[in-house]
Design a protein. Structure first.
Length: 332
């Protein structure tokens, strides 16, 4: 299915199944960002209005429905995971000195690193306060494990960046712990809300992990080829930040010795000029680094759909299958 048709089909299904729930999540997010501190209120409003795919709340809500749950806790917990996710994005942008987020100036570009770190901390604290109010030990354990995994991955990624060497195995470890573990937690929480058996909960947990890896590989590939306005961040931003993602790792293995050494030399520089970024992107495309990465992403997406075979056919299962397709076939 062409990417635009896939996106339309997914949007229609999501709107029908959980559109009202997502609207309630948006309302709860805005309420959670209210504060008597003017700067928190201002930045919170800016962050909330940025929107985004809301993929993580979507996964939690769909997993809960697949598990047979229809109560209010799924909306509350969907808000929790989105606040946590937003906090990680704010902190990531500070670390990476990213100028854009979702097509607009990032929080750190608007208000500075100090305010961004503190407001990110506030969102972490707010989400965990809401989690304590929900008071489900299994849910709290799931999110605690995921956040520990994410922070470990961030530090490991920094280690690899400073060493100048990131293997494909390192890369998969980083994105599994950093991105996929949190999506997996969202799916697991949704499954825990229903009356599923242990095997089904684990199947949903695996689905989230596989979708998360597929999503991140695809996202990293798009950094080399996507339209900047659609992607919502500066093209080549991973290169500017010195990150070695899968398309680049593949090229370093496939290119000639001279080309690979040239790329490594450029990546050691503190800053890259646009012409140098274009040079690296050209080599990535010439040596099919993007194609290789997207092939890997498709394999993870197919595995995610196989994970769902633990459940009988339903509208929720079909929608989760479409999400697995969408994360790797997004419009470039």
């Amino acid at each position: 299915m062409p990417s635009q048709a896939l996106e339309r089909a997914l949007r229609e299904r999501v709107g029908t199944l959980i559109g009202e729930d997502l609207a309630r999540v948006e309302t709860e997010i805005r309420d959670a960002l209210e504060s008597p501190v003017a700067l928190i209120q201002e930045m919170g409003g800016y962050i909330a209005s940025a929107g985004g795919k809301r993929l993580r709340p979507m996964l939690l809500l769909l997993a809960a429905r697949l598990a047979g749950y229809r109560g209010p806790r799924s909306i509350h917990l969907a808000c929790v995971v989105e606040l946590l996710h937003t906090a990680t994005l704010i902190h990531d942008d500070v670390v990476d000195q990213a100028p854009l987020r979702r097509g607009r100036p990032s929080a750190n570009a608007q208000w500075g690193d100090d305010a961004s770190v503190l407001v990110g901390d506030h969102l972490y604290s707010r989400s965990f306060a809401m989690l304590v109010k929900d008071n489900d030990r299994a849910v709290m354990d799931t999110l605690a494990r995921a956040t520990v995994s994410m922070t470990e991955a961030e530090v490991f990624q920094l280690e690899r960046k400073r060493s100048g060497v990131t293997t494909e195995s390192d890369y998969v470890r980083i994105i599994t712990q950093k991105t996929a573990s949190f999506m997996s937690a969202c799916c697991r929480i949704g499954a825990l809300l229903g009356a599923l058996g242990a095997e089904e909960v684990e199947a949903m947990t695996r689905y989230g992990l596989d979708v998360g890896v597929a999503f991140q590989i695809s996202d990293d590939a798009l950094d080399f080829i996507a339209d900047q306005d659609r992607l919502g961040k500066a093209i080549g931003s991973d290169l500017r930040e010195g990150k070695r993602t899968l398309p680049l790792i593949a090229v370093l293995e496939r290119a000639s010795a001279g080309e690979a050494e040239r790329v490594r030399t450029l990546l050691k520089r503190r800053t890259l000029v646009p012409e140098e970024i274009d040079e690296i992107r050209r080599l990535v495309l010439e040596h099919d680094g993007v194609e290789y990465a997207l092939q890997r992403a498709h394999r993870y997406a197919e595995q995610a759909k196989q994970d769902l075979e633990a459940f009988p056919p339903s509208e929720e299962r079909r929608t989760l299958e479409l999400i697995a397709d969408f994360v790797v076939d997004r419009d470039r």
